[in-house]
Design a protein around this ligand. Structure first.
Ligand code: PLP
Length: 354
């Protein structure tokens, strides 16, 4: 810290991203990226001619990308806003829908960025404990007088809430916004997108970082009523109007237009997940029921932190959170079968040595 840091900034609790070693020496199963490259259509769309246009600003309205998203999700462009990763969209939502007299609520065990962002905006954020088995009880939120943030499926547990539960929350209080963060929904969860026309207090946030193999492209988006989207644009145009760069706008639209490639990737991840769950259970792990591109697992034979460290020594990176309730677990991203076979081999080896 310098002596110039403001009191506000000194109170922040920055999010710690998963390790991103820039050499390729690890089998990287720690940040829920896709093991597959982006769609070949993305590669084709990123031409030299587009690179040469980088001397011009990008389209602040993201018209091409939003149109592609609207088409894919059977909505209108007015129902769509795109962001520099869904992290940026979440920031817009916290700023737009929370503030004085309007607190935020989210689970005690959920995406760590919610806490970092509420601190950044000086918001009051109520942490609602998940049940003992890490399932989320929407009844705990029924009377909450503020904006509700639910990651569905949740991170880092991978567990999903049924759409009807979200629907009950939306109906209980139409004056309250429910933000459903569907970063992982394409791997088997139930999306709330079909309810957008029916509930103008529903905002669905998604990302291209996981199911569309574009984590490095930084593209997220939100779908909701035109009024909610206009509110988010108010924040965006007060912060960073050209929020998505030219190349990512093109890459994102091309990715959304390649439905077959997307489906193949999502199906493969789900098959690989089933295989990994089988292997982990064979090795004595308990694995939470995951609808995401990762699993959350623990072994009675080795504490989570030690497992994380031993796997790293064996060249495999997974994620471990040194946090109450989940310290025993590691989160393992579903990679390619080759990567998962290496992981299973490393686990076999290190459990044998105990
Ligand atoms: C990965 C993730 C995001 C953010 O992804 P971006 O790369 O910023 O689009 C948002 N929410 C959850 C729950 C995530 O796990």
């Amino acid at each position: 810290m310098s002596r110039f840091l403001s009191p506000e900034a000194s109170r922040l609790e920055p999010y710690t991203p998963g390790e991103q070693p820039q050499d390729q020496q690890y089998i990287k199963l720690n940040t829920n990226e896709s093991p597959f490259p982006p769609s070949p259509k993305v590669v084709k769309a990123l031409t030299k001619a587009e690179v040469l246009k980088l001397c011009l600003y990008s389209d602040p309205t993201c018209a091409g990308l939003n149109a592609a998203l609207a088409k894919r999700y059977e909505l209108q462009p007015e129902n769509v806003i795109s962001g520099n990763g869904s992290d940026e969209i979440l920031a817009f939502a916290f700023r737009a829908f929370c503030g004085e007299g309007k607190p935020a609520a989210c689970a005690d065990i959920t995406y760590g960025f919610y806490e970092a962002q509420t601190a950044l905006f000086g918001l009051d954020c109520k942490r609602v404990p998940l049940r003992e088995d890490f399932s989320l009880n929407v009844d705990d939120y029924m009377d909450f007088p503020g904006t509700i943030f639910i990651a569905n499926p949740n991170a880092p547990t991978g567990m999903a809430v049924p759409r009807e539960d979200i629907q009950r929350l939306l109906e209980k209080d139409p004056e309250r916004v429910v933000v459903v963060d569907e970063a992982y929904v394409d791997f088997g969860g139930e999306s709330c997108v079909p309810m957008i026309y029916r509930y103008d207090n529903l905002l669905v946030v998604q990302t291209m970082s996981k199911s569309r193999s574009l984590a490095g492209g930084r593209i997220g988006f939100a779908l909701g009523s035109p009024e909610l989207i206009a509110d988010l644009n108010r924040v965006k145009y007060s912060f960073n109007p050209y929020n998505i760069n030219r190349l990512s706008l093109i890459a994102g639209a091309a990715a959304v237009e390649d439905e077959p490639y997307f489906q193949t990737c999502c199906n493969t991840i789900q098959e690989n997940r089933a295989w990994l769950v089988g292997e982990l259970e064979r090795l004595g792990f308990s694995v939470l029921p995951s609808k995401a591109n990762f699993v959350f697992a623990k072994s009675d034979r080795i504490p989570g932190g030690e497992l994380y460290r031993k796997l790293k020594e064996n060249g495999v990176l997974v994620r471990w959170f040194d946090k109450d309730r989940i310290r025993d677990y590691v989160r393992i991203t579903i990679g390619s079968m080759e990567q998962l076979a290496e992981l299973a081999g490393a686990l076999d080896h290190l459990l044998d040595e105990l």
